[in-house]
Design a protein around this ligand. Sequence first.
Ligand SMILES: C[S@@+](CC[C@H](N)C(=O)[O-])C[C@H]1O[C@@H](n2cnc3c(N)ncnc32)[C@H](O)[C@@H]1O
Length: 263
Amino acid sequence: MPGRPTNALADATRRLAAAGFVAPEEEAAELAAAARGDDEMLAGLVERRSTGEPIAWITGTTKFCGLSIVVAPSVFVPRWQSEPLAERAAELLPPDGRAIDLGTGSGAIASVLLDRRPGASVLGTERDPVAARCARSNGVTVVEGDLFHGVPVSWKGTVDVVVAVLPYVPTHELAYLPRDVRAFEPTTALDGGDDGLVVVRRAVSEAREWLRVGAHVLAEVGGDQPDALLPILHAAHFGAIRVIRDADGDPRGVEAEAITSRE
Ligand SMILES: C[S@@+](CC[C@H](N)C(=O)[O-])C[C@H]1O[C@@H](n2cnc3c(N)ncnc32)[C@H](O)[C@@H]1O
């Protein structure tokens, strides 16, 4: 009978609800789709999810800006909170432009850029080889290394958009992240050092020499971090600085335009 849950699906829903998940029906349906009718496999997937393992690692994919993104175990799961930044980066990218997605992780943001601007050249950079491999499986060209390391030197002064969702959680605040995030997601994807801005500050400063005048840098940060970035942005010759906010008005990032030193 269509629409009626199987015993295995109902059992999965019950077990996920008992484990405290807020959307047990949706999650059970997602896991059931991944198990493709194999009840024993479904029970195993529910068992994994009950430990708090990210559902994207278990099913192997997640949705980001409407795209299906492959997410391998140990790779940071792209967050819906980063979607406005990704869409804004795509808006700012000319159809045949060049973009760099720093710390591309699974390649989610680079994938959005490629989807919205199929004629553009997009490079992801990533320090973690497992994440780099995952991004490649999503069709992203990735150079492995620290920030801009490995980007062709010929790109200097020609790039239209640098987008950066890098680690920005202050080290002393890692302990306050949700239990499952702490238990599973790699600290190297989250830990932004003392004030959270150690990597982002370096990324923003180094971005300027890769961008053409009039091009944009976008970086995800939170709380009062946008203010802390202002002096760095000014010193690196960025203007038209704008704080990106979410629907609740909370700061989610900064956007700035590369200007000449005389502006
Ligand atoms: C918060 S995750 C975000 C991943 C991806 N941008 C996204 O939004 O899903 C940060 C990513 O930056 C990478 N990373 C951290 N420091 C880096 C560095 N110095 N250079 C390149 N990648 C770095 C991490 O390995 C991780 O994949």
